[in-house]
Design a protein around this ligand. Sequence first.
Ligand code: MCA
Ligand code: AMP
Length: 461
Amino acid sequence: MTYERLATASTALAARIAGAGRVAVWATPTPATVVAVVAALRAGVPAVPLNPRTGTRELAHIVADSEPTVVLAGAGDALPPVLEALERIDVDTAGEGARPTLPEPSPESPALIVYTSGTTGPPKGAVLPRRAIAASLDALEDAWQWTGDDVLVHALPLFHVHGLILGVLGPLRRGGSVRHLGRFSTDGVARELSSGGTMLFGVPTMYHRLAEALSGPGAGELAKALAGARLLVSGSAALPVHDHERIARATGRRVIERYGMTETLMNTGVRADGEPRPGTVGAPLRDVELRLVEEDGTVLADDGTGPDAIGEIQVRGPNLFTGYLNRPDATAAAFTDDGWFRTGDMATRDADGYVRIVGRKATDLIKSGGYKIGAGEIENALLDHPGVREAAVTGEPDPDLGERIVAWVVPADPAAPPSGDELADHVAAQLSPHKRPRTVRYLEALPRNDLGKIMKRSLHA
Ligand code: MCA
Ligand code: AMP
């Protein structure tokens, strides 16, 4: 799709949705989604990107919470019943019409509402103002010398920050291009990078699969394609050093990492002209203030914090969200009194400012395939299944997904426990397929302390 076509189609759609309170976007990896999001941005109407695979319970929550009046979808998309009450507009990627200059909404006005999981309860809607998106993308321009000549290749879903903001709005802000693979494949990456692609964005699971393919048949083509890219960037979770090294050995090229969060967009990154250092996520990006804070509130010094000094990453800057939709309590809890956002990520800092993420404060947050998943939401869904009496969910290390969701279940009837597949299907249908347990373990009782709280650490023991 050319810029000309995108401008015409999105302006025509913007005229139709102008004045709507919020629009939901059925975010398939297609040009229709791009036209829909751009139209919403041009109209100044906040867009709520929806994962088309979201299950009934989670989708009902998102719709009730964000109250969109319109849903934008591709012409052939079948929408679930919960969206039927909304006005549906089929996105016409060939839409025609005049192209009046639309007024630029204020920088603080909400652009996108992106749902993200916490440790307990259903996902919260992070309200992202235009200012944050612009600031974060411009900081990446600075860090990566990202220009209109860049051709970005990726296969990230378009309902999260990584794929939508970095992966689509990023190239648009620079006047560059994007080639979305539709779905991830190592062949697709090789094909696009060897025919003009200059940058690859992906989550660690994708780089792990590239590392695997680099030792299989057809490795030569893939290695050449990766070696020819200007930048290979990984984010959304930690890329294990082992995969960093395998890719470097096979291609002579180093993957660089950046660290972000739905609420903060991008915080740190290794620069294009910086030293790639596996195991680190680089230094704070332009205009991002970052500090490490110990449990007792002590702020670690910027310099001289050795590798043993661990603290929670707190950030401040124009890249931050404005708050969680309808959740002033959660918003207040996420910030310190002086406006620092508590990320919950634990890190150390090298002498030159490179940040190393070493863990997470909450054990009840799981990162699987680059998706953030709360143990609590899965436990609640499992408890809804008639065959489950008690349930606890943990994450276990997984070479492909980073972490794998494990469900510990006390069956209602020990003689006839629900199968692992049945429970996985149940969670996929209620929440999302990527939240389904990959392993189910059956117990007679969950280990609890004197207060009745489940002791998750003893589960693994
Ligand atoms: C399997 N499937 C099922 C079931 N079992 N569906 C329903 N019920 C079941 N019981 C389906 C899946 O939906 C999927 O369908 C297929 O089987 C395989 O699924 P799975 O094994 O789960 O995943 P995968 O296809 O191997 O996906 C790996 C992936 C994916 C491509 C790496 O995890 C991914 O796209 N991750 C990106 C996450 C991301 O963008 N995170 C950014 C958020 P089908 O094959 O048809 O699809 S973080 C962020 O934005 C911050 C700001 C940051 O820092 O970036
Ligand atoms: P999300 O809420 O899905 O936006 O995920 C944000 C979280 O992903 C952060 O709080 C980090 O825990 C994690 N994350 C993102 N990028 C990286 C990275 N490069 N290395 C390690 N963790 C990361």
